[in-house]
Design a protein around this ligand. Sequence first.
Ligand code: ADP
Ligand code: MG
Length: 457
Amino acid sequence: FWQNCLSQLELELTPQQYSAWIKPLVPLDYNDRVLRIAAPNRFKLDWVKTQYADRITALASQFLDASVEVQFILNPQSRASSSVKTVSPLAKAELPSAEADPDAIPHKAPVMETPVREQSRINAEMTFDSFVTGKANQLARAAAIQVANNPGVSYNPLYLFGGVGLGKTHLIHAIGNQVLQDIPSARIRYIHAEQYVRDVVTAYQRKGFDDFKRYYHSLDMLLIDDIQFFSGKNRTQEEFFYAFEALIAARKQIIITSDTYPKEISGMDDRLTSRFDSGLTVAIEPPELEMRVAILIKKAGQEGIQLSDDVAFFVAKHLRSNVRELEGALRKILAFSRFHGRDITIELTKEALKDLLSVQNRQISVENIQKTVADFFRIKVADMYSKRRPANIARPRQIAMYLTKELTQKSLPEIGELFGGRDHTTVLHAVRKIAQDRLKNPECNHELHVLEQTLKG
Ligand code: ADP
Ligand code: MG
């Protein structure tokens, strides 16, 4: 989880800030929802406390799916001897071998007596109301609403999948919030798959599988996030299989999210993947331009800032991959504007996002797309601009054109030119065709997803 926090902070801060203040921090331990983080010296400690404590707390809570209290302390080791390498006990829990490691569990088993709402671990802020809808997520949202209105009797399980930062976690919390509102006594549990794995290990060590089963099998609704983390964890998969069967048989709702469609998760038992697919499986796509604009304006509005259309469009045009990235950019812009006491204009936005924008521009060139796609499909780069048309070449070429349209600022005629002097209608046809395939065919969507992630580094 610390790695997740780091990656997110790296995205939000300048490289200088990140390496000066965040990188030197060491997570020490996590007990009773208190996370202790060590700073290397008094100066950094004070600065981090005043500047970054809130954000770190929010991220830790998000990734550990609990309301975490963060305590910053002076690193005890750095006072004794600076040459002693600090080994974080938390780092251990992240190793793939965690299941077999008896020391790997820094956290406690779920406490049963807490009030329903808190025990559910549902984040009250992630609701349907705060979820912006567009083409990319309307199916997923509709399915989620359907399930929230008829838990256990419409689609079971509901399986939502899509790339990072596209709103999967938001959407399953929204379902939980709505059900809790309608049925306040419902026994709902949101859990991140990584946490579930840790709970299985704890149960294993304490020989506590009876309690574990009693708890999970008696829920009214189980929301399990990022199930791809079960990959290769056999004991976890076995336990989850029992829970799954028990809950479905009792008509209790299960909602699963993942970064890919069921059959694509590697290291997952076939019994499970076929069950994941037995209810409704829906993709969440990357947000289209209009949706990105709407999201930026809405999120700024929540901060009491009215973002102008031209600034929102500017940001949305340049940052295309996901909502989390948009949120990070917006935070930077707002912070920059406050710090310098200046209004939010395109000029200011360019300055505030200098690092982000240059990274984007550097990474995604047309040559890079052509090479990556050619490698992926094992064809020659030259075939990207050749006139040859066998299907095994034509399709990768269409995919490369589609990705060029998606990931660069090039116009259709420019793209035609770069792909061997083709007409812009040919490019348009390719772009539309791949966009449609992507919606209909999960395999195609997955391929594109992999390519996009590769291109974005
Ligand atoms: P995922 O779980 O797919 O990686 P998240 O649900 O964590 O993505 O979303 C990342 C961030 O973007 C969260 O802060 C979430 O609230 C926000 N977000 C995602 N999709 C939307 C949306 N459609 N409308 C508003 N906020 C969104
Ligand atoms: Mg998520």
